[in-house]
Design a protein around this ligand. Sequence first.
Ligand code: PMV
Length: 341
Amino acid sequence: MIGKATAEAPANIAFVKYWGTRDVERTLPCNPSISMTLSHCVTRTTVAVEASPGPDEAFIVADGRLQPGSASFAEPVFAHLARIRAWLSSEMQPHAVAEGRFVLATVNSFPSDAGLASSASGFAALTVAAARAAGLTMTPRELSSLARLSGSGSAARSLFGGYVEWPAGSGEAEAGAASLAPREHWELRDVIAVVQRQPKPVSSREGHRRAPTSPHFAPRQERLPDRLAHVRRAIAERSLARLGPVLEDEAIELHLIAMTSRPPILYWEPATVAVLRAAHRLRDGGVEVYFTIDAGANVHLICEPAAEGAVCAALAEIREVAAVLRDGVGPGPRLLEEHLF
Ligand code: PMV
């Protein structure tokens, strides 16, 4: 064996959404995006680089055992390993991985049937573990740029803790994300209302492709520079009153574009609306909480720690909410000594 490494990487929730890909092959977004890195929703991945030739192998840890993943899990993983291998060969020829193979196992901290996107945390963990197992020392920005090539652009933001921006640059150096502020800067919470456990009906990859067909796409691109500046400033000032309304505008706009794409995409479930109403009621009652929604039906309620109890209590009253996950801003990826195999 050439090397083995285990990495844990978090999911993130977008404050300003990436919606629309201008270069699918290189996963370059139409617009910059800003997110908060989560703490508890993480993927842990072990990668071994073996000198013996043969096909790559990918396993999921389920019920404490390594199990072969489904084709929908394995195909994008193998495609990303192929990109990492190509990248390794171009960076430092010849690299032993060019002849050898990757073996990996992965596990999520959150239930895989919770309908929460695990691609960002999954590809970030895979990228960090594979680079380390191959013996490379890369900066977080380089790892971020490599993670985005997975096709899950939001994985680029999971390479950093705290508050993160992924610019829309085109050179490889600017294609990675960068930190806006560390986790310690602002203790925000994310209370996730799980209303849909099944995978979303249309993948985000397809959503990105259809986005420019919506009449609301181009006007959004024009609004975004001001909105990005507004969100950067709200984070710098730790102002939820400034950030919150924009979080909601962003969520609504993403879904407006999805619903008016050709063909249209409807991610919301009736329970999504029930949670949005609960957020409005909470605010009317003086609880400062704002919603956001990625590509799916589940709702993220963003608040400061003092409001978290009231938010959870309100969600407990909604019958259609299948589960509540309490998360918050987190520190970013880390390497672990203990391997999964
Ligand atoms: O990274 P992808 O291709 O899964 O796309 C992410 C899209 C959103 O979650 C809806 C927005 C975002 O910026 O994370």
